[in-house]
Structures are given as C-alpha cells and as structure tokens.
Design a protein around this ligand. Structure first.
Ligand SMILES: [Zn+2]
Length: 284
C-alpha cells in the first residue's frame, strides 16, 4: 500500500483498455540543476556536463524528433528555465510539451516540510508557465522522489498528471475529494541514466553501457507495451542521451515502433486516460 497524505486515494481504472499501447518519450532537461543539487556551485567543470545537455543535447534531440515526427514531453526544472529563458519557448515552438520537474532538482522527501515543498513546486510552476505562455498540465519528480505530501500539493496546484511512481505497467488514478490526478508510472529500466549516467565525484551511476546493448533492452520493453498494452515511457536526459553515439538508437526505436504505435505527449495520454476512465474500484 502506497503511503499517502490523508485525503489522497489510489484507484485502479477498471474500464481502461489494458491492451492499448500508450507510448511516450520524455526528456528531463536537468542541466545545472541536477549537479547543483548534489554538489557545490563552485565546481564549474562538474556543472558543465549538465550544460552539455543544453548546448549539444537539446538541439540534436529536436532535430531527431523533427525527423521522426514524434512529439515529446520535456520536464524542465524551474531553475534551468530561469537561467536559460530561451529553452522553454524553443521547446514549445517545436511542438513539444513542457512539464514541471520541480524548481531545484532537490529530492522532495529531503525538503524540510510541506510548506517548503509547496514553495518549491509553486515557484517552478510560475516560472515555467510564464515562459510557456499557458498552464502546465504535468509534473515529474526529480529522481522519482516524492514525499507523502507531494500528491496533495499537486492536487492543490491543479495538476492533470504525475510521472513519478514506479509501481505499474498501466496508468491509474489518484483521487482527492472530487478531483482526479492521472498517474503515469515509469521504470528505471527505461531511463538512460541507468545505463549511461556517470560521475566520479560525487560518485553517480553504475557503469557505462554500449548503446547497442541498451537498444536491445529498450526494444524488448517497447515490444511488451506494443503487444500487451500499457504506458511505455522512455525517460532520458539531454546530457546523457544527447551524445552522437547514443541518440541514433532512440531514433531507430522511434522509427521502428511508429509503424504500429503512436508516440504521444504525457499530457495527451493523461487526457485520454481521464476521458475514458470510470474509476469504480479501490485496490484490495
Ligand atoms: Zn531530473
């Protein structure tokens, strides 16, 4: 049983067609925010690897998405949008969705209290929405780390969907009073940092894999979602997947699976899930 704040309940969606593939590609544009959250600001070379994601990764990714005709969702920390005000408008202009990745990339469970978390999420939402020119619909927690208060805050801030939990192959709902929040659960096996993330000090990552190995693993994952349904979502980071040796595996997968499936933004998937859902069962 998931530990949640008082009024929030989890609901399975009995009426969901569980054979329908719901595929998405996401990019978490962490830039400096990830490295500032784990180390000091006085280490410019450490932080520069995050900037690689903006200077080299994002342009390559946008070209790849344009070539494949896929619309993606980019989760952006408020701090990154504040430091680089051109990035959110650029992503929107290219036809992609922008969602909130919090403000500072600090794990939410590490914040002092509910008010600090509320401020962190509100600050990000305000900055991102001002730059996007419209309301943001989604949120994905840094490092998939949420506190017992997070969902409650997302309800209060009018969020349509969350992409932070790791406990299902299918979307489900959280409810609070008469409101619903779509959960789009993900998995570390479909995250590029698992296979390519690396840093010496502080130590991060588990070793660098060959792109071909990762392509095989992700192809196997996507095939299960294509054949058996569910939310199949690649979560990637421009500084990691944006290298010239790695991005081609993503392009190949998008081309291959686009033959049978449609890749959608998280907002589009969440909206259709909400439309179709008839929540009538609480988990036993
Ligand atoms: Zn992140």
């Amino acid at each position: 049983m998931t530990m949640l704040a008082t009024a929030v309940q989890r609901l399975e969606i009995d009426s969901l067609d569980r054979k329908t593939p719901l595929l998405s590609v996401n990019f978490d544009v962490d830039a400096e925010a990830l490295w500032l959250s784990v180390s000091r600001a006085s280490r410019p070379a450490l932080i520069s690897q995050g900037l690689y994601g903006l200077t080299n990764g994002v342009p390559r990714i946008l070209t790849m998405l344009a070539d494949t005709g896929v619309r993606a969702t980019f989760f952006v920390p408020g701090l990154v949008a504040e430091r680089h005000p051109a990035i959110v408008p650029e992503l929107i202009a290219a036809g992609h969705e922008v969602a909130s990745h919090g403000y500072s990339h600090t794990p939410l469970s590490a914040l002092a209290n509910r008010q600090a978390e509320e401020d962190e999420l509100r600050k990000a939402k305000d900055i991102l929405e001002a730059q996007a020119g419209h309301e943001l619909l989604g949120f994905g927690a840094a490092a998939c780390d949420v506190s017992v208060h997070t969902l409650d805050i997302l309800f209060d801030q009018g969020c349509l969907y969350d992409r932070s939990f790791l406990d299902s192959d299918w979307p489900y709902l959280f409810t609070k009073e008469n409101s619903r929040l779509v959960e789009l659960p993900v998995s570390w096996v479909m995250d590029d940092f698992t296979f390519f993330g690396h840093n010496i000090y502080p130590k991060l990552g588990w070793g660098i894999c060959e792109p071909e190995t990762v392509a095989r693993i992700w192809r196997g994952e996507f095939a299960t979602f294509r054949d058996d349904g569910g939310f199949g979502c690649l979560v990637m980071h421009p500084e990691v997947i944006g290298r010239r040796s790695r991005l081609p595996i993503v392009k190949d997968l998008l081309v291959e699976f686009s033959a049978d499936c449609t890749f959608q933004t998280c907002a589009s998937i969440a909206a259709s899930v909400l439309r179709l859902s008839q929540p009538d069962r609480r988990p036993g």
